[in-house]
Design a protein around this ligand. Structure first.
Ligand SMILES: C[S@@+](CC[C@H](N)C(=O)[O-])C[C@H]1O[C@@H](n2cnc3c(N)ncnc32)[C@H](O)[C@@H]1O
Length: 299
């Protein structure tokens, strides 16, 4: 749909239009306001002040018909808004997204914070690290910006996802680590790095297959199954990642993973079975154990 030209209108006209869009929508208004911001260029602050000053003029960078068309597709076909605008703000990044990658989730931002707080055996910043199942490249790019003097490897089995991640990398203007984008199956492209990785992060597919089938249609029908489906108990990918971690990590190197809300005990048990040490869980902002970390013993 054509975005049309810049549009001028009063706050009163915008709110009239906004009420029309929301009339048959049972959900909250924040999706429409998000669309006004990302596609229309109208910040939340401008929207709020237009309630107080409805007579003042506002500028949108596209037409109302264009926005109404996108909103309709979201409401009727349940297409995620991030797909409709083609991008997603995440942490301090703005990432291109498509149907080929998981839309980066807010809870995954915590994985970056956890990674940055890890005590490394060397007492220094990581020099070599990897992101397994990079999707949009969100984790790899956040870490690459955090540690510009390091070298990172970002792996995904989906060539289409990797193309999105690579393009997101090329769009960055900040100093960044040197990044290698690798298509492949979990550790397989990293085999030459065995025993040298000081940190590996992963947000693998971890939803049990039967649960994927009954997910909200906005997720189930529009996000890649390869990014969601973790097999019958959701742990297929985590099992493989954890099993090979001791071979790939440097002495004292950390593995840090995200998992489903009910997998904490099982993931910690897998880490212990793999002879990783200092196994522990970490919680999301709602207090649910959603992350597990462990390290290779120092030799
Ligand atoms: C849950 S998504 C995470 C994407 C991104 N890291 C994030 O946090 O938003 C899991 C990713 O793992 C990838 N994946 C699935 N199976 C894989 C495999 N065997 N080897 C490598 N990547 C795989 C998927 O294509 C998907 O991009």
């Amino acid at each position: 749909m054509e975005a049309q030209a810049v549009t001028w209108l009063s706050g009163a006209d915008l709110h009239h239009w906004r009420r029309q869009q929301l009339a048959d929508w049972p959900g909250p208004a924040n999706g429409l306001d998000w669309l006004l911001d990302l596609e229309g260029g109208l910040s939340w602050r401008e929207l709020q002040s237009s309630h107080l000053h409805p007579e003042r003029g506002l500028e949108l960078r596209c037409g109302l018909d264009h926005l109404a068309g996108l909103w309709k597709r979201h409401c009727i076909e349940q297409v995620p808004l991030q797909h409709l605008v083609g991008r997603c703000p995440w942490r301090d990044l703005e990432l291109a997204v498509s149907k080929d990658v998981l839309i980066p989730r807010q809870e995954t931002e915590l994985l970056v914070e956890l990674a940055c707080d890890l005590p490394l055996a060397s007492g220094e910043l990581p020099r070599r690290w990897a992101d397994l199942g990079t999707g949009s490249g969100c984790l790899a790019l956040a870490l690459a910006r955090q540690w510009p003097a390091s070298e990172g490897w970002a792996v995904d089995r989906s060539p289409e996802a990797l193309a999105v991640a690579r393009a997101n990398g090329e769009a960055q203007n900040e100093p960044m680590a040197s990044l290698h984008w690798c298509v492949g199956d979990w550790w397989q492209p990293l085999t030459p790095l065995a025993g040298t990785l000081e940190l590996v992060v992963s947000n693998p597919p971890y939803i049990p297959s039967a649960v994927v089938d009954v997910l909200d249609p906005g997720v189930r029908d529009h996000e890649p199954r390869l990014a969601l489906d973790g097999g019958s108990d959701g742990l297929d990918s985590l099992r493989r990642i954890i099993k090979s971690a001791p071979r790939m990590l440097a002495p004292g190197g950390w593995l840090l993973v995200e998992h489903h809300h009910d997998q904490s005990q099982a993931v910690l048990a897998l880490m212990q079975q793999a002879d990783l040490v200092d196994c522990r869980s970490a919680s999301d902002l709602e207090g649910n154990a959603r992350f597990a970390l462990a390290r290779q013993a120092c030799s």
